[in-house]
Design a protein around this ligand. Structure first.
Ligand code: GMT
Length: 385
């Protein structure tokens, strides 16, 4: 198949999923055409089946804002025509699904199909704004297939946008042969020279990630367990977070590592992953941690409870309940046998429920169904998965 993938190139979950899906499909022999305004950050190295098409956005004194949506649509038209695309897969609905719809209209009589994958804030936050909502609803309904990364997100879409269309839940995935714990003692000693426990948080530091809570949880934990905190990523809340660390007087124990392309070595030295988000449709970073045998302490929002099993692979608490999250963290960090059990269960869950190959096959099957090459097993069933 020839598949166009429109996605964000930035440090964020939807771009990661799009890139990993594209790489995996390319390994299966499909021709993958990434279409974005910059090279997606996980697209490293050369692969014979992967192509990248950059969207050029021209400026003009009349335009106060860059006109990305039509520029992306034009690029999709060009790629679809010359590369004979069968599918356009839009990751994160705004504006990718809208541009894909526009492109399909421009292409006219074509069998090209649009798949839209909903990731999170495209549905739960941005898409609900009155300035986007009608276009969002329209572009979801006009897609040939719609997928959501969790049951939570599917339900949220159906209720908030009153969508009648079936939505398939295809969860996010992790390559468990790559995401595997390979602890380098030298790296561990760099961050924890006195054998302290290591807590880690990875995100794009937006307010909804509640990085302040991560720091407050750690501040309680460190009073009971000798520990260090690694903060990976960057974004609008980074300065506030650094300020809070200075105010609490814990600069020595907290390391801001900024954006990191290689996170497996860091996850491999971590004992606990913290994700106390305000909203999280799935929590891909938590799954990547679990694959590396790192139990997770999370908030009980969105799709997180579909990933983290309370009392088995980690713990879940109310948003903002830093005291309880700290208590759970200490409970795990102080009990080696329990920690080992949670670490093993985390890895097991990642392998059994979210391994890349099985999930990528679900996307492949969906493509075959909408192209008419395969019967839809859900026809006659009560609802889509
Ligand atoms: O930053 C992004 O690229 C998307 C981001 C978002 O805010 O929508 O992440 C979402 O998609 C990820 C991949 O599917 C999920 O793992 C995240 O949970 C989800 N983020 C939120 O729902 C806040």
């Amino acid at each position: 198949m020839n598949i166009g993938i429109a996605c964000y190139p930035t440090y964020g979950g939807s771009g990661v999923v799009a890139s990993e899906l594209g790489k995996s499909l390319a390994e299966r022999g499909h021709k993958i055409h990434f279409i974005s305004y910059a090279m997606p950050f996980r697209l490293d190295g050369f692969s014979e089946n992967i192509y990248y098409h950059e969207v050029e956005i021209s400026s003009y004194p009349l335009f106060d804002f860059p006109l990305y949506t039509p520029a992306l649509a034009s690029k999709i038209v060009e790629v679809a025509k010359f590369e004979k695309l069968d599918i356009i897969h839009a990751h994160y609905a705004i504006p990718h699904a809208i541009s894909a719809y526009l492109a399909k209209q421009i292409l006219g009589d074509t069998n090209i199909k649009i798949v839209t994958t909903l990731h999170g804030t495209d549905i739960t936050l941005v898409g609900l704004e009155p300035s986007y909502l009608p276009v969002m609803k329209f572009s979801i309904e006009q897609s040939d297939a719609v997928t959501a990364v969790s049951r939570f997100l599917k339900e949220k879409t159906l209720t908030s946008y009153q969508i009648k269309k079936p939505i398939s839940v295809i969860p996010n995935f992790v390559d468990c042969s790559k995401y595997i714990r390979v602890t380098d003692e030298h790296v561990r000693r760099q961050f924890a020279p006195n054998n302290e426990k290591i807590l880690i948080h990875i995100s794009n530091f937006r307010p909804l990630k509640r990085v302040g809570d991560v720091i407050r949880i750690f501040n309680i934990v460190r009073q009971k367990v000798k520990s260090k905190l690694l903060l990976v990523g960057d974004g609008p809340d980074r300065s506030n977070a650094e300020q809070l660390v200075r105010e609490l007087g814990i600069v020595e124990d907290v390391k801001f590592l900024g954006k990191q392309a290689e996170i497996i070595p860091l996850l491999s030295i971590a004992d606990l992953f913290l994700i106390p988000s305000q909203s999280e449709s799935f929590g891909l970073s938590a799954l990547e941690a679990m694959a590396c045998e790192v139990p997770v302490v999370a908030s009980s929002v969105g799709g997180l409870p579909e990933v983290v099993i309370h009392g088995t692979t980690g713990f879940i608490s109310e948003i903002g309940d830093v005291e309880r999250m700290a208590k759970y963290s200490v409970e795990l960090l102080m009990n080696e046998a329990k920690h080992r059990m949670f670490a093993d269960a985390s890895r097991k869950r990642a392998v059994e429920q979210f391994e890349e190959q099985g999930i990528v096959s679900q996307y492949e099957d969906l493509y075959e169904i909408i192209l008419g090459n395969q019967a839809d097993p859900s026809i006659g069933a009560a609802e889509s998965r």
